[in-house]
Design a protein around this ligand. Sequence first.
Ligand SMILES: [Zn+2]
Length: 127
Amino acid sequence: MKGNKCLTAEQMKEFKEILEQKKKEVLEDIKKGLEDQFRSEREIGDIVDMSTDEILRTFEMRIRDREAKYLKKIEKALQKIEEGTYGICEKCGNCIQYERLKLRPVAELCIKCKLEQEQIEKKFGEE
Ligand SMILES: [Zn+2]
């Protein structure tokens, strides 16, 4: 595990653990939701053994949008940890505050860019 200009190797490791824990929780939720839908159907046995990718590919239409999006964000954040770009704002390249990441480990933007983005979204009436 390597650090970068924003996070030390230890902090990187810390977030990796947090993200993997969150991923597990979301997957459990998704699986539970799917199991309810598939109760008494034969497919149910397979879901438990599936990887995240397989689940998303196979059941994307049935998984609640919010959960699918969150899971993808977690995957992306884990990918960035591997690449050593985690904690760097995708828009301006500045560091995302450690405190902000602690509250929202999947954050992709620093607080400044996030606020700008929200203002633009408000202006154009998007959610
Ligand atoms: Zn930024």
